[in-house]
Design a protein around this ligand. Sequence first.
Ligand SMILES: Cc1cc2nc3c(=O)[nH]c(=O)nc-3n(C[C@H](O)[C@H](O)[C@H](O)COP(=O)(O)OP(=O)(O)OC[C@H]3O[C@@H](n4cnc5c(N)ncnc54)[C@H](O)[C@@H]3O)c2cc1C
Length: 372
Amino acid sequence: MPGRVECDKLCPEWPCESPEEFKGVWVVAEIVDGELAEASLQMLTPARRIAEKLGEPVTGVILGPPGSARHADELIKRGADEVLVAEHEELSEYYPEVYGEVIARLAAERRPSVILLAATARGREMAPYIANTLRAGITADCTDFEVDEKTRDVLMIRPPFAAIMLAYIRTPFRRPQIGTARPNVFPVPPRDESRTGRVERVVIEPPKPRARLVSRRRLGRRETPIEKADVIVAGGRGLGGPEGFKMLEELASLLGGVVAASRKAVDAGWIEPERQVGLTGKTVKPRLYIAVGISGSAQHMVGVREARRIAAINIDPEAPIVEQADYTVVWDYRELVPALIEELRKLKEEGPRYLEELLKGEVVEIKPGGEA
Ligand SMILES: Cc1cc2nc3c(=O)[nH]c(=O)nc-3n(C[C@H](O)[C@H](O)[C@H](O)COP(=O)(O)OP(=O)(O)OC[C@H]3O[C@@H](n4cnc5c(N)ncnc54)[C@H](O)[C@@H]3O)c2cc1C
């Protein structure tokens, strides 16, 4: 590994820092619609692990309007040792450059060694802003973190774009080391009522935003986002067109679930990008994931690693998903899905517990087109 001299040569514009002067692992906690984001709580899991290896504290960072400090206790009970709270009227509305600037200023002053953010829409905006302002290294969409015990660098682990291997990325000469992980990659740590910690309110004068939010309008239906869904019916290129998704909508609704998709279906414009699962989409953790007309590429499957059960409907018995699914039905979805819908409707009429029983693993025999 290059030493300080090489470091100066590598990047003369960015003076080398002394990593030992930076201490602590920060988790930036998002508050959305007055609630602590679950994705931020999940980041306390890797933060605790890193902090324990480094022997340093975990600090939760909350930004928001007056009253936001009420969320500090939840961060402490779930793993933070202390919480920094920056409350200001100007932080009532989220603006990436305002939030990013406040966090960058706090970090420049207090010098944490690591800053973790959830790779939500906000986290994806703020993290590069903070990194650029502090001239620090950033690794997006990590799937794990380790600590190099010799150098004390955090190894940020993520699949590179082809997703067939893992890249270990370190920032040896700059601090803080900034990393994001997508929602659902880590679990929320259990609440420990015995935990106590320090809450510190910081006085800040946020910069003025360059643009002001004038009004807010919610687009589309208010449906459970795929990353929170218990049952997902996902469609791929094998659906052959957008009509296939109408069928999947019906199936999903009977199962109390939502529809998602592969990137090919999204790229074809058959469904909106918010529903894409995979490396460049979302990570999901349903109890049941039904993949319809999806081949099971590595880039897709990386997003369903946390699914409890995977069922596949595919005409090709050699499709990679067959190896990875818990159940596969080799059949044309255009016959099988209507048969499933019909069967589920009948079951539903029989009583409200049908879904519970279905998800417990009871076998339902379905014969598309009346065949055995
Ligand atoms: C950098 C990078 C990032 C990527 N990120 C993602 C990502 O986030 N998410 C993602 O999904 N992909 C991603 N991809 C693309 C990925 O490599 C695959 O191309 C994609 O997942 C394939 O989508 P698919 O399974 O829908 O289509 P295909 O691979 O074309 O598979 C279609 C399947 O449908 C089956 N089929 C056809 N007709 C029927 C029928 N009538 N009934 C039942 N089955 C049928 C076929 O047998 C086949 O298995 C990424 C690729 C790269 C390079």
